[in-house]
Design a protein around this ligand. Structure first.
Ligand code: 3HC
Length: 666
């Protein structure tokens, strides 16, 4: 396989990597670099060397598909050491993204030239890893401890102009003249000669490392990789270069062999796989979406609208009452202004986005929209009425989407004369923040409508997943399987705080009862305080509705920080007294088995019924919609790690009907 070519231009030798789509460092690229540089180094006519890439980007990293497979081709570090030891100056010419092993390759080159649009970074931490080819040792020698620690532990790429200011890029090239500019630069450097990074000294203060840890403590809870990255950068400050490399290698191998990185690498591909619709050609023509209508200016409708406005897509938002419309539009503005204060937008951009928003009290104003998303009250009758009206108002070919989180899309579609144009687009609250979009495929949804809804999701920065019609689709259907046993565990003697802690220790952002309090305990309550048939009825009867009135399973202060509530606990005790159950000690393991295992089981049922295309889609839903910790790879991945045999045994012991496909796997 020939993925590296060379050419001699007068006295400058150019090595070109060409390994689409992202010039990953597959074994044949490493081989090509080894051979190419070997040739250039041996040729006395060569006075300087340029490394550049064909296609859309500089090397975007190691080839992740090779991880975990038997090694093939030359060792990457050996190739890098050979480049760094060159006695002729070597220039990396960077366009697109120089990421991970790509940036590490650029760091062994003695100088770096980049186009203004390029980005440079070490995103390994997002794969549960660290730069394993000297990145943690060479970056601090080029940009200093603070910048290196930040880049390694957060993994965010740096735009080329900033990289130049940091000293990571030595020279800016013209956007369209990188190849020539790099050769001219290399020629200029012949007199200066090589500048091996390993010989430079580390600058800066390690106090920056502790500051990063303090600032990100919450975000990094449960993660191993950010800390391992920082330990390596710190090692660079006190170990000789080769010792530092050894330390880095040992840390890299530890992470590579662990389950967190396995989960995060799996999710990298799972996320990309989710965008694919089985059986659809890649080039299926899509419908144009230039103007969007949103019905409902509440929290959901407003959040949904913000996604489109931020991508310069005009939105018409419709409400029934002027006061609600004004409030909704006001909230959108307030949210954007708050983001502007944080520096995410300029004041001008806020005005630009608000200028794209039209508000209306009439559905008739949606006549020219290409996509209409309904986000009204969750009632089948209300939805049917809205869709019936949209059918008479919207232009032919418009996509009619419902944001319902549970209801049957086919039934909603049947209230129109164009069920082929109806699809579910289920956003997660807050809709302008949460990355998940469940795109619900109805029985009659046209292929191009489904594909367009998925593409729209991608355009507005969501991770979109196809779901089939069933109660609660993928995410909420699985959520409900943990809620019921969690309640039962309360009756048997566990406390809300104990159950929630098991979930938060697992890595979830909140547990079942914290989530119930956030959503509101009175949602779906029959509103008869005399009728107490469940713990939730009992809490509502006592006026405990959740965070909204600062009393639910927990008591809340004015900042909505919850603490265990004696009143709630005695309500639970009283309710238990009406049942035949006696209180017993519940172990954390039992909580895991009874609240998390059923979710895995439900995932298998969803797959059996064809309501998700693939197991990894279910994992994507839980990670991007509900905050399942990415280092545990989603419920399906975690189920395998935990052991399907163990799960089936526990489910059966607890009287849960086990999915046939799960039993078969156990
Ligand atoms: N290895 C293997 N395949 C990769 C890859 C990699 N490093 N990076 C991307 N791909 C594949 C994707 O899976 C996708 O395949 P598909 O078309 O079959 O789905 C294809 O390349 C295109 O990728 P994207 O859809 O992500 O394309 P974008 O243009 O949106 O983004 C990118 C390009 C910014 C380079 C993005 O792909 C990316 O972030 N890649 C990962 C970069 C990374 O993490 N690098 C570090 C790797 S680990 C490492 O280097 C270890 C070292 O320290 C030893």
């Amino acid at each position: 396989m020939q993925s590296v070519s060379t050419q001699l231009i007068d006295d400058v030798f150019v090595v070109v990597v060409d390994n689409p789509p992202v010039n990953a460092l597959s074994w044949h690229v490493r081989q090509g670099l080894h051979d190419g540089f070997g040739q250039g180094l041996a040729d006395p006519a060569v006075k300087a060397i340029v490394l550049r890439c064909a296609g859309s980007t500089f090397i975007a990293g190691a080839d992740i598909t090779e991880f975990g497979k038997p090694p093939q081709g030359p060792d990457f570090n050996a190739v890098l050491n050979m480049i760094e030891a060159s006695d002729k100056p070597v220039v990396a010419a960077i366009h697109g993204t120089a990421l991970g092993g790509g940036l590490e390759t650029a760091l062994v080159c003695h100088y770096r030239i980049a186009v203004p649009s390029a980005k440079l970074g070490v995103p390994e931490v997002k794969l549960g890893l660290l730069p394993g080819a000297g990145g943690t040792q060479r970056l601090p020698r080029v940009v200093g401890v603070e910048a290196a620690a930040t880049m390694c532990s957060l993994g965010e790429p740096v735009p080329a102009p900033k990289a130049e200011a940091m000293g990571l890029v030595d020279r800016m090239a013209g956007e369209n003249s990188l190849a020539e500019d790099a050769i001219a630069y290399a020629r200029e450097l012949i007199a200066a000669g090589p500048r091996p990074t390993r010989e430079r000294s580390v600058t800066g203060d390690i106090a920056a490392i502790e500051q990063l840890k303090a600032a990100n403590a919450r975000k990094w809870r449960g993660f191993e990789a950010p800390y391992a990255n920082l330990a390596c950068v710190e090692a660079a400050t006190h170990l000789p270069f080769d010792e530092g490399l050894k330390f880095e290698r040992a840390e890299f191998l530890k992470l590579m062999g662990g389950s967190q990185s396995a989960a995060q690498r799996y999710m990298f591909f799972a996320e990309r796989q989710a965008a694919k619709i089985d059986g659809f050609p890649k080039d299926l023509p899509l419908r144009d979406v230039k103007k969007v209508g949103v019905i409902g200016a509440g929290t959901m409708g407003g959040g949904i609208s913000m996604n489109f406005l931020a991508k310069d897509i005009p939105v018409t938002i419709v409400e029934m009452v002027q006061e609600n419309l004004d409030r909704g539009v006001g909230v959108i503005r307030k949210n954007y202004e708050a983001s502007a204060v944080k520096g995410r937008f300029t004041a001008e951009q806020v005005e630009g986005m608000m200028g794209l928003l039209t508000s209306s009290l009439s559905l008739d104003d949606l006549a020219d929209c290409d996509l209409v998303i309904e986000a009204v009250y969750e009632s089948m009758d209300v939805k049917k009425e809205v869709f019936g009206k949209l059918d008479t108002i919207c232009k032919p070919g418009a996509i009619l989407a419902s944001n319902t989180s549970y209801l049957n899309i086919d039934e909603i579609a049947a209230s129109t004369s164009r069920p082929q144009d109806v699809v579910g687009m289920h956003f997660f609250s807050p809709a302008n923040v949460m990355k998940l979009l469940e795109v619900v495929r109805g029985e009659k949804t046209a292929d191009d409508v489904l594909a367009t809804a998925m593409a729209v999701g991608k355009k507005i920065g969501k991770v979109a997943v196809v779901a089939g019609v069933c109660h609660g689709f993928i995410g909420n259907r699985m959520l409900s399987t943990r809620q019921q046993p969690a309640m039962q565990l309360l009756l048997e003697g566990a406390t809300p705080a104990q159950i929630d802690k098991v979930h938060t220790d697992f890595g979830m952002p909140m547990g079942p009862f914290q989530m119930s309090d956030l959503a509101g305990l009175d949602i779906g309550w029959h509103r008869d305080p005399a009728r107490v048939e469940s713990i939730r009825d009992a809490l509502c009867a006592a006026g405990r509705f959740g965070q909204k009135n600062r009393k639910g399973f927990y008591d809340y202060d004015e900042k909505r920080v919850g603490t265990p509530s004696d009143e709630a606990l005695s309500i639970i005790e009283e309710f238990r007294a009406t049942s035949n159950l006696s209180k017993r000690e519940i172990s954390d393991q039992e909580i895991v088995e009874r609240t998390l295992y059923p979710m895995v089981n439900e995932g298998y049922k969803i797959l059996e019924e064809g309501k998700a295309q693939r197991a990894s889609d279910i994992d994507v839903v839980w990670i991007y919609g509900y905050g399942w910790p990415i280092y545990r790879g989603g419920p399906m991945f975690w189920g395998d790690l935990e052991g399907t045999g163990k799960i089936v045994e526990a489910l059966e012991r607890n009287g849960v009907k086990v999915a046939e496909s799960l039993k078969a796997k156990a």
